[in-house]
Structures are given as structure tokens and as C-alpha cells.
Design a protein around this ligand. Structure first.
Ligand SMILES: *Cc1c(COP(=O)(O)O)cnc(C)c1O
Length: 380
């Protein structure tokens, strides 16, 4: 097996993958309607439920061909009964995306907004639920990847359930990294795509959710032909196949990634991501950078860093210097603040972060940016 140039991706996905996962895609051609391939997908779906500790009788996984946003689209358009409303608990870019999806489908919804650097106020969430008994679906984001803030999904889910609503959570940037217990966390449907926590390839996305609630959605309005959760689930249950052509090679990569996931183990993997996250913080602190989310609120996977107040600071130039040397850094996603992000996803470990900071420091020096970096305002 030839080794492939190893890039360290510090962007919030797709993530750095192992060569064994990359090469798992190189397989003999196969028609995905063959029984052999159906068997692979059955095992894959079961594993995806196991990752969030779901009881395989009560929970199921439904696969789709597409990127992670497709899951948000699918859950919102498929799980809302006629005449009911969605509540989006929104403190960042990914929940804002869910709001846009509601708008595009014309779904009645409430966009309950909180500041991007604050956790949602649970009392306000409860008040809205109390005042709007027609809310049937509550949606939020677990780790707001735009900032790295961790939302209290267990508490929001408990409120949703107390008021009779189904709870969908965008776990795209925590799934298979930060441990999730679907039932204990009061999640009815969570979601992810293969290129993030699983450290596999893009093109495969999946919703893991409560089978009873999924079956209850059978007669809900069908708002999309391709992206309907019940229709895809039902097709799987009857035939063991995806309704339309699955991303064949991506599925082979995901199967290899799952093998590697179980071999590493949930706990050890989370410890590794934590190690990487701590190393990112240590490297930033040494250079004087500030992050924007309170440390105890961070999900442990994304660090949002404030641009320094240096006339020579130029994100693009720093990015390009690092990129040419195999390290990818990523812009932020908050409208009110200029930030960039360093993420702890993927098949990387502490030494990669040390190597990165050596290059990053060079990039700053090369661009005559003062080290340690300067900020005009006092730290908050
Ligand atoms: C990455 C991500 C998505 C999916 O984004 P795509 O560009 O569609 O892959 C959705 N939600 C969150 C929280 C994410 O981090």
C-alpha cells in the first residue's frame, strides 16, 4: 500500500483520515442491489445505532447520500405533522441553517435566538414551549461548530418531552467523538455524516432515531421526494437497500472507519480528541491568542480564535503559508466577530499539533505579525 501525503486538517470537517480508510474505497466494482452489498449496509446501520448506545430494537439508522446538511433538511421536513410548529433553539450558524430550511419549506416555526457566545436560556425555551402548545418539533445543535459552544441538549430535550414535542439534534460535530447516549440525553433523532467524527469519506449521511416516532411520521405531509425520512426508512426495512443509488465506495470507507472506531474505543478516542484540543489551547496561549467562548462551555472540539489587532494580520496569508506545508486552518462563522477556527477532529494527535504550531509561528513571523500577538482591548 503506497502512503498518501498526510495533510493535517484543522478545519471542522472533512477530517484527516487514515490511509487504510482511504484505500478501503478501492474495491472491485459491485452493483449495490446485490445481496452482498445489502448485508454490508445492515451491519453499518446497526453500528451507527451502537455508537450512540441506542437499543437496536428501539432505535434505527437511516442512510442518505449527501453531506450533513441533508440530515437537518430531512428531519425538519419529515417529522412535522400537519398544522404544527417547529421550535429552533438557535445560538449559531448551524441552527440558523435549520431556520432557513424551515423558511424554504414554509414550515411554521419559531426562531428562538440567543447570542453566539451564550448558551440558550432554558427558562426562555420553556416559556416558548408553554405559550405555544402547537410546537411538535424542537431542534437544536449539539456542538455549534461555528463557535465550538456545547449546548445543553439533555436539558432542552427534557423540556421538549415535557411539552410533548419530538427532539431532533444536529450532532454532526460531536457524533463518534464526544460520547452520546441517545436515550439518556433525551434525543429522539440525531445525525451526522461520515467525514467528521467517523473519520471516513464525504457523501454518506445518516439519521439515528427513535423507531416508534419514525413510524408515527408515516402519514405526515411528504414535503420532499428524495429527502423523506419515513420513505427511506420504509424502503430499508422492506428491502435492506437505500431507495436510490448509495455512495458505494464511500460506504466501504465508512465500514473500515467503523472497524477502526471500535478498535480505538469510544473512551480512548474521546481522550485523544481532548488531548488534541488541549494542545491547540496550549499552542494558542503561548502565542497570546484569545478564544471567544468561555472555556467551560466549549464542546472540546472546536476553538474559535479572535483575530489579533495587528496591522499585518492577514488570515489568508497565514492560511496559505500553513496550507503549503500541509496544515489547513479555517475561517470563523460568526457575523459580529472576526475569528478563525482550529478543530480537534480527525485522525490526528498531539504531535501533529506541535508540528502545526511550529509552522504557524513561522507564518506569523514571515508576515511580520507581532508574537505574542496583540489585542487593543483588555481581556474580558
Ligand atoms: C459539518 C456540519 C454540518 C454539515 O455540513 P455539510 O457542509 O453539509 O457537510 C451540519 N451541522 C453541523 C453542526 C456541522 O458541524
Amino acid at each position: 500500500m503506497k502512503t498518501i501525503k498526510r495533510n493535517i486538517l484543522l478545519n471542522p470537517g472533512p477530517s484527516t483520515t487514515t490511509d487504510t480508510v482511504k484505500y478501503a474505497q478501492v474495491v472491485p466494482d459491485i452493483c449495490p442491489r446485490e445481496k452482498e452489498f445489502g448485508g454490508l449496509m445492515r451491519g453499518l446501520r446497526e453500528d451507527l445505532v451502537r455508537i450512540v448506545h441506542g437499543d437496536p430494537e428501539a432505535y434505527t439508522a437511516v442512510l442518505f447520500c449527501g453531506s450533513g446538511t441533508l440530515n437537518i433538511d430531512v428531519c425538519l421536513n419529515s417529522l412535522l405533522p400537519e398544522g404544527k410548529k417547529v421550535l429552533v433553539v438557535n445560538n449559531g450558524a448551524y441552527s440558523a441553517r435549520a431556520v432557513e430550511i424551515c423558511e424554504y419549506y414554509g414550515l411554521p416555526h419559531i426562531d428562538l435566538r440567543f447570542a453566539a457566545d451564550e448558551r440558550p436560556d432554558l427558562e426562555k425555551v420553556e416559556q416558548v414551549l408553554k405559550e405555544n402548545p402547537d410546537i411538535a418539533l424542537v431542534h437544536t445543535t449539539h456542538n455549534e461548530t461555528g463557535t465550538g459552544i456545547l449546548n445543553p441538549v439533555r436539558e432542552i430535550g427534557a423540556l421538549a418531552h415535557r411539552y410533548g414535542a419530538v427532539f431532533t439534534v444536529d450532532t454532526t460535530s460531536t457524533y463518534a467523538m464526544r460520547p452520546i447516549h441517545i436515550r439518556e440525553d433525551n434525543i429522539d433523532f440525531c445525525m451526522a455524516s461520515a467525514q467528521k467524527g467517523l473519520m471516513a469519506m464525504t457523501g454518506l449521511s445518516f439519521v439515528v432515531g427513535n423507531r416508534r416516532l419514525l413510524e408515527a411520521s408515516k402519514d405526515y405531509p411528504k414535503r420532499s421526494y428524495y429527502c423523506n425520512l419515513y420513505l427511506q426508512y420504509d424502503y430499508f426495512e422492506r428491502t435492506g437497500e437505500m431507495h436510490f443509488t448509495p455512495p458505494v465506495q464511500t460506504i466501504y470507507a465508512a465500514l473500515q472507519a467503523l472497524k477502526e472506531y471500535w478498535a480505538e474505543g469510544e473512551e480512548a478516542k474521546w481522550e485523544r480528541h481532548t488531548r488534541v484540543f488541549e494542545a491547540i489551547h496550549a499552542g494558542l496561549a503561548e502565542l497570546g491568542f484569545r478564544d471567544i467562548i468561555k472555556r467551560e462551555w466549549q464542546a472540546g472540539l472546536v476553538v474559535s480564535v479572535l483575530y489579533p489587532d495587528d496591522p499585518n494580520w492577514d488570515f489568508e496569508k497565514v492560511h496559505d503559508y500553513c496550507y503549503e506545508r500541509g496544515f489547513t486552518i479555517y475561517p470563523g462563522k460568526i457575523s459580529q466577530m472576526d475569528t478563525f477556527r482550529l478543530c480537534a477532529l480527525g485522525a490526528i494527535d498531539e504531535p501533529d499539533i506541535r508540528d502545526f504550531f511550529a509552522v504557524f509561528r513561522e507564518a506569523l513571523e514571515e508576515n511580520q505579525i507581532a508574537v505574542p500577538v496583540v489585542y487593543q482591548k483588555e481581556e474580558r
